[in-house]
Design a protein around this ligand. Sequence first.
Ligand code: MEV
Length: 319
Amino acid sequence: MRATASAPGKVILFGEHFVVKDQPAIAVAVSLRAYVTATLLKEKTIRVYSRNLALSREYTLPPADDKNPLYPVAHAAFTVLNKLGAYHGISIEIDSEIPPSAGMGSSAAVSVATIAATAKAMGEDLRLEEISRMAYEAERIVHGRPSGIDNTIATYGGAIAYRKSEGFLRLNVDFKDVSLILADTGKPRSTGLLVKRVLDLYDAFPSVLEPIYYAAGRLAVEAAKMMERGDWEAVGALMNVNHGLLSAIGVSTIELEQIVYAAREAGALGAKLTGAGGGGYAVILCKRDHEGKIIEELRKVSPRLLKLNVENTGVSTSL
Ligand code: MEV
């Protein structure tokens, strides 16, 4: 039996890092997807092949952590085989449109699609809640202490407000008047290391960092209201404040600052780093009719621009 599944990448619009310590955050799924084909094997092995990374790896069962970037995928597939009581192995082929190590949820989308495809190849449709929970376990291997926002948005799609202790709430937002542009710094980075660095800073100065975290949480709550109201000037202003808070906790870089300021000077409503920072991408919000001018200016400071739509479809499977 063979099945395919896909799951979307994401952009965090508000609250990355702060969400790790239980502040609310906002994410949207975007129109780039990770595709996974799962094929049952007679042998008791898990074979993983990533077209994008040009990497392949074969694991005996249960797979042992070898620090290979494909291990979390093997672990995710094994969790499903184990849960469904399989006596066989599986081959997992990954083909993803989401740039890796860029803050756009590539690893979570691959885990979500792997779990859904493996179950489907075994004739089972897992509940979305189960897929998301199992993908969270794979994310823990990749990032150490994830908040759970990435696996949640990859599973459910759309626009969500998320809080670690409370789960997620769907936001009802109409994006027709605005564009989301993603501008690459050209520098990949590790989410796990950045999350650890920020948590170490928090532990060193809790009384200083706590009010910054609280402000970020209030900001995300206010932003959710403004997004649902379609007050994009306010959303942009709050994105700029959020970027300032992320700079304060040390995850911005010169390249990100150049992109963010170039976008604002060209008339963007708001601009901020997105995801863990330290490189990766900035997200720029602009009115649809200003998009051309902003893209022209961003080309001078970014090697790669992506214009993305919000994706309402979360994980999806087919035989
Ligand atoms: C990663 O996409 C966003 C971070 O907030 C980490 C997490 O939430 O797990 C930096």
